[in-house]
Design a protein. Structure first.
Length: 234
C-alpha cells in the first residue's frame, strides 16, 4: 500500500537507518525524522542522570507531525540545537527553530520548502510513483492519496500555528520561498530555500551562533539546489 508519508515527508530521501545516541551533554540525531528515532531521543533524555542540554542534528527532514513532536519536545526541554551540516524540511521548520541557542557550523545549511500552512505541495514524488502502478488503478490511488494528504495537512495546521506562537517565530518562515517571485527556482529544479542570518532574526530566530568561521551558505546553493529568500523581495 502506498502511504501518505512516502509522498509528503520530505523533498529529500528519508533514511530508514536513522541513528540516535547520547554523547556527554548532547543527543546526536543523524538521519530522517521518524517516530521511532524520536522515541529513542525521549528515552535517552529520561534515563540520563545528568540531562543533556544540546540536540545535535543532521537530517533531510520527515513528516510534519513527527517534526512537530520533536520540535515541541525540544522547546519544552529548553535544549540548544546544533547543525554542523544540514537540516532540511521539517528539521528546519520545527527542530532548528525550537532551540534556545541555535548553533551553526560555517558550512551548515538550514533549508525550508513548505509546511502545513502552504497553499500547494510538490507532488512530483507521487506522480513519479504512480507511473509504476497499473493504469487501471492509477486514478483511484491518486484520489485516495490526495484525500489522505488533505486530511493530514488539515490535522496539523493548527498544531503548527500553535507551535510557532509558542516559540515566537513567524509561521511564514515555512512558506515565503513559495511566493510568486521565486517560482522560477521551483520550475528549474531547486528544492527549497534559506535565509540570511539577519532575515532569520527578523522572522524570530534569536540567539544564532556560528562556529568555525564565517557562515557562507551561498557555497552550498548548487550542491543542495536551494535559493536565498530575502525579506526585501517579499
Amino acid at each position: 500500500m502506498i502511504t501518505l508519508i512516502y509522498f509528503f515527508c520530505s523533498a529529500q530521501v528519508v533514511s530508514a537507518s536513522t541513528q540516535v545516541r547520547l554523547d556527554g551533554h548532547q543527543i546526536i540525531y543523524r538521519g530522517g525524522l521518524t517516530a521511532e528515532a524520536n522515541s529513542k531521543v525521549f528515552a535517552l533524555y529520561e534515563k540520563a542522570t545528568v540531562k543533556p542540554t544540546l540536540l545535535s542534528i543532521r537530517s533531510p527532514g520527515g513528516p510534519i507531525d513527527v517534526g512537530l513532536a520533536l520540535g515541541e519536545w525540544t522547546h519544552q526541554q529548553r535544549l540548544d540545537v546544533r547543525v554542523d551540516e544540514f537540516c532540511f524540511s521539517s528539521c528546519a521548520n520545527y527542530i532548528f527553530t525550537a532551540g534556545v541557542k541555535k548553533i551553526l557550523g560555517k558550512d551548515a545549511i538550514i533549508g525550508f520548502h513548505g509546511g502545513a500552512s502552504s497553499d500547494s505541495f510538490n507532488m512530483a514524488q507521487m506522480n513519479a510513483t504512480l507511473t509504476r502502478i497499473p493504469a487501471e488503478q492509477r486514478e483511484k490511488v491518486r484520489e485516495d492519496v490526495e484525500q489522505q494528504l488533505k486530511a493530514y495537512i488539515e490535522s496539523n495546521r493548527k498544531r503548527e500555528a500553535d507551535f510557532y506562537q509558542a516559540i515566537s517565530v513567524a509561521q511564514k518562515i515555512t512558506t515565503l520561498g513559495q511566493e510568486s517571485v521565486y517560482h522560477i527556482y521551483q520550475k528549474t529544479g531547486f528544492r527549497g530555500w534559506y535565509y540570511s542570518l539577519d532575515d532569520m532574526e527578523k522572522l524570530g530566530l534569536k540567539n544564532i551562533h556560528v562556529i568555525g568561521g564565517d557562515w557562507n551558505p551561498e557555497r552550498q546553493e548548487n550542491r543542495y539546489k536551494i535559493y536565498r529568500v530575502s525579506l526585501e523581495n517579499i
